[in-house]
Design a binder for this molecule. Structure first.
Ligand SMILES: N[C@@H](CCC(=O)N[C@@H](CS)C(=O)NCC(=O)O)C(=O)O
Length: 204
């Protein structure tokens, strides 16, 4: 199978971490949907990465749908997504918080760089509050007995650590150790794990 998407995309990176952590081999194409929109649209009607192309040619789009496919493929023993009940709901909730951090961090990044310096301060502040609120929620689940941090890495741990690295890369003004100390500890402990280390974009 082949994964299309730069690891600068946190959506792509969380798929790559899931693949690597489950030792599923894949080829990688570093496609950036912003830099090469025509190629992204040729793979995905809405022009976004990640896209996972299976060996039979099927194109899977959207990181949540791709992770759903991988969870089914690896089976319950490897527990990418808890099977049912409160545990499953909690993992999916945390993953949704993490992906919202990806979205709002990206929105803040682009708003900060509006041409002519016409960023809207109220939008910047809203995106900052959404990002910080999300990081604090992930932090609350990253304590010793929380769902973020255990092995095998769940969708919650993968998505949360990728959110941490992405926020650190995109917003160096945020003091993550202060905002999210438990999440900082988990991300630091996992920094050298091959699944995270091999998929880290150069600047993270
Ligand atoms: N819901 C999608 C979001 C993917 C996404 O936003 N990808 C961004 C990169 S981080 C992208 O390719 N953007 C290109 C564009 O919007 O033109 C997912 O979970 O995969």
């Amino acid at each position: 199978m082949k994964l299309f998407g730069t690891y600068f995309s946190p959506f792509t990176r969380r798929v790559a971490v899931a693949l690597t952590s489950r030792a599923i081999p894949y080829q990688h194409d570093d496609l950036n949907g912003y830099a090469d929109p025509a190629r992204a649209r040729a793979l995905n009607p809405v022009g976004k990465v990640p896209v996972l192309v299976l060996d039979d040619g099927e194109h899977l789009i959207d990181s949540t749908a791709i992770l759903d496919y991988l969870a089914e493929r690896v089976g319950h023993e490897q527990a990418l997504v808890p099977r049912s009940g409160r545990e499953r709901r909690a993992a999916l909730r945390l993953a949704a918080i993490a992906t919202t951090i990806y979205e709002q961090s990206t929105a803040r990044y682009f708003e900060e760089r509006r041409p002519g310096g016409c960023a809207q301060p109220e939008l910047l502040e809203r995106y900052r509050l959404q990002t910080v609120g999300g990081l604090k929620a992930l932090d609350a689940a990253a304590g010793p007995d929380g769902p973020i941090g255990g092995t095998p890495f769940s969708i919650a741990t993968i998505s949360a650590v990728v959110a941490f690295d992405y926020a650190r890369m995109m917003h160096p003004d945020l003091d993550l150790a202060e905002i999210a100390p438990a999440l900082t500890a988990v991300a630091t402990a996992l920094a050298d794990d091959p699944a995270f280390a091999r998929t880290r974009p150069l600047a993270a």
